[in-house]
Design a protein around this ligand. Structure first.
Ligand SMILES: NC(=O)c1ccc[n+]([C@@H]2O[C@H](COP(=O)([O-])OP(=O)(O)OC[C@H]3O[C@@H](n4cnc5c(N)ncnc54)[C@H](OP(=O)(O)O)[C@@H]3O)[C@@H](O)[C@H]2O)c1
Length: 269
């Protein structure tokens, strides 16, 4: 079975207008899949959709919606009615950076809605149909931050751990029913979202979004999770296999504070 037969004819990308979501859209369009793109800003979505239709002669549908909306399942079910969605990429995320108690509880809960409830709802909705057909794929975007506690990123890191562990479980369970599932554990990647977080300059290499998307898609059907980039694969080995967990947590905390602290040691506003 070729890629389009296995994961087509439609792919749905949640969080699709810029950054890694756009990179997934371009890669999948290049492989001939029709696309359903979801993000909040309709203008950015439409711009991308128009470009993809012209370049690749595929069908591209857009859905301007916030993935945290309570009726997400119904809205997406309606949008995909009558279509065979063979691939789900859940890419959107919300992050909260800085001391845990300095952010409102509502902000932390929003992280759970976008990063955990969203992928759960869509993996259940679309994964069920894929399992019934005996064919399909699911990519959940997670992060190096999801492999241990993340000081100043505690809720975001925990939400990414949820995606990693959810994908691993589904990799085995849905794999038996013909559905390939993979978690992509990305390191720092050049995207509008990363730039908007305003990190200080650092020597850590930045990954390119197109490369990360390519590695994630290539890993479908091969393994439960993948780490793009040799530097991050080595880091993951050291952090998660060699070091005691408490040391890995402290290293994450130091690295995050270095990236995001103001010069007086306080979080940037
Ligand atoms: N960039 C990195 O360094 C990095 C590192 C590790 C892991 N990751 C993971 O990679 C994924 C993508 O990151 P990115 O840097 O590409 O993000 P990004 O540049 O901020 O793009 C996020 C995309 O998702 C959409 N989106 C965000 N919140 C949404 C919501 N509530 N409802 C619907 N759409 C939403 C955005 O469009 P709208 O704003 O129009 O909604 C945009 O298209 C995330 O899961 C992130 O955790 C990124």
């Amino acid at each position: 079975m070729d890629f389009r037969e296995r994961y087509g004819p439609y792919a749905l990308i949640a969080g699709a207008s810029v950054g890694l979501g756009e990179a997934f859209a371009r890669r999948l369009a290049g492989r001939g899949l029709n696309l359903i793109l979801i993000a909040r800003r309709p203008d950015a979505l439409e711009r991308l959709a128009k470009d993809l239709r012209t370049r690749y002669a595929i069908e591209v549908r857009t859905l301007a919606a916030d993935l945290s909306r309570p009726d997400l399942r119904e809205v997406v079910e309606h949008a995909v009615d009558g279509l065979t969605v063979g691939l789900l990429v859940y890419n959107a995320a919300h992050s909260v950076i800085g001391p845990f108690v300095d952010h409102s509880l509502d902000e932390h809960l929003r992280v759970l809605e976008v990063n955990c409830r969203g992928p759960l709802v869509l993996a259940h909705l679309l994964g069920k149909a894929m399992a019934e057909r005996g064919c399909g794929g699911i990519v959940l975007m997670t992060s190096m931050a999801g492999s241990q506690g993340g000081p100043w990123l505690a809720t975001y890191a925990a939400s990414k751990a949820f995606n990693l562990v959810l994908a691993e479980g589904l990799w085995d369970e849905l794999g038996e029913r013909g559905v390939d599932v993979v978690a992509c554990r990305a390191g720092a990647t050049r995207t509008p979202g990363y730039a908007a977080s305003q990190p200080r300059p650092s020597r850590v290499p930045l990954l390119e979004a197109d490369r990360v998307a390519a590695v994630a898609l290539d890993a479908l059907g091969r393994k439960p999770s993948v780490v793009p980039g040799a530097f991050y694969r080595f880091s993951a080995f050291v952090m998660n296999r060699l070091l005691p967990r408490r040391v890995a947590v402290r290293i994450m905390g130091r690295a995050t504070r270095r990236l995001y602290a103001g010069r007086d040691g306080s979080p940037k506003s």
